[in-house]
Design a protein around this ligand. Structure first.
Ligand SMILES: NC(=O)c1ccc[n+]([C@@H]2O[C@H](COP(=O)([O-])OP(=O)(O)OC[C@H]3O[C@@H](n4cnc5c(N)ncnc54)[C@H](O)[C@@H]3O)[C@@H](O)[C@H]2O)c1
Length: 328
């Protein structure tokens, strides 16, 4: 059996944010139409390391592809081992006969598809004319969040960034200037980063609220992507109580998304969640309904986003002759 092996650097060379946004939008539409298989993520908890490992299978029939992502989240990796917080491998399968087709590095893929998810949510939910962006947490995911905002907003006029480690925020600003031609302002507080921005992206592993309701202006759209495991939360639950909240997957979000803690505490009810982003993309639910409401995209990270992005990479790799075929 021959399998295409794609290294991280090959994945990087093949993947663009624009194409990832299109692939992710298709995946969300298919989910909104009820045409995907995606059993809940399975978690192994490494309590002694404050980390976890997740297995994420999915199948999108219209794409003719199935796949599994294996991914960890270890927030202390950068300082303890100089390793990324999140590292992944994606395996693609041929549904007709169950053959494995490709094994690829999934670390950059994960960051890009997570950014692309926020790109799709922002396209459907942000107020028209949104141009200023705040980024709270300036690590790996933060970069692809900003890359996606550049793709979907009609011109980015201002970028602010806050990280509890100022040197990380500075490195982010330097990267954005070099790679995207933007000049983010490094903020001294989360409040300074949040007040008055049109779109806010939060990408920290926080376990208690770091964005307060009184800082969020009417009409803001928030991409809350950091909370992806039980106990994690970044937003003051009062924001969720009054906003229109769109999760990526209801079951997964209630278990491990931004809404998980307030629901467990009895502050928020499941019925108060407006819907899933896929329902908006599929035209089954309205997204933003006024310029004054706050909208929240609660992203836990779906296996179908990895699959759609992995398939895009695989097709390009085969076409362009990138990667190594290995006998397994
Ligand atoms: N929703 C998804 O699909 C998805 C995908 C990948 C990662 N994640 C999650 O996103 C989070 C960030 O991942 P990453 O890969 O960017 O990690 P990272 O370690 O590269 O970056 C996180 C950054 O947040 C900063 N930070 C931590 N606590 C903070 C606080 N209280 N206030 C301000 N800044 C703070 C850290 O200093 C760090 O720079 C993790 O929780 C990860 O599990 C979610």
């Amino acid at each position: 059996m021959k399998v295409l092996l794609l290294k991280e650097e090959e994945v990087r060379s093949l993947l663009t944010m624009r194409e990832a946004i299109n692939a992710v939008e298709t995946a969300y539409r298919e989910k909104g139409l009820g045409r995907v298989q995606m059993p809940p993520k399975t978690y192994l908890y490494f309590h002694e390391a404050d980390g976890d490992l997740r297995v994420m299978p999915s199948y999108i029939p219209s794409l003719g592809r199935a796949g599994v992502k294996l991914v960890n989240s270890h927030p202390f990796n950068p300082e303890r081992f100089g390793l990324p917080t999140v590292m992944a491998i994606v395996v693609l399968y041929e549904p007709r006969d169950g053959r494995p087709l490709a094994v690829m590095g999934g670390t950059w893929l994960t960051a890009v598809r997570t950014g692309a998810g926020s790109g799709v949510a922002t396209k459907y939910l942000a107020r028209r004319g949104s141009r200023s962006v705040g980024v709270v947490g300036a690590g790996t995911q933060a970069r692809t969040q900003l890359m996606a905002m550049v793709e979907v907003l009609n011109g980015v006029s201002e970028v602010r960034v806050y990280d509890r480690r100022t040197e990380t925020a500075r490195a982010f600003a330097e990267w954005a200037s070099r790679e995207l031609g933007l000049t983010p302002r490094v903020c001294e507080s989360a409040a300074d980063c949040v007040r008055g921005v049109d779109v806010l992206c939060t990408a920290t592993p926080a376990r208690s609220p770091i964005v307060m309701a009184e800082w969020v202006a009417p009409g803001t759209h928030i991409n809350a992507i950091g909370a992806d495991a039980p106990g994690k939360q970044e937003l003051d639950p009062r924001i969720l109580k009054s906003a229109r909240v769109f999760v990526d997957d209801m079951e997964q979000a209630v278990h491990s998304g931004e809404v998980n803690v307030p629901i467990r505490q009895g502050f928020l009810r499941v019925e108060e969640i407006t819907g899933e982003i896929g329902e908006v993309v599929a035209g089954r639910k309205p997204g933003r309904t006024s310029d004054s409401e706050v909208t929240v995209y609660d992203s836990t990270g779906l296996a179908i986003l990895d699959l759609a992005t992995g398939e895009l990479i695989y097709r390009k790799a085969v076409k362009e002759g990138v990667g190594t075929w290995i006998e397994v």
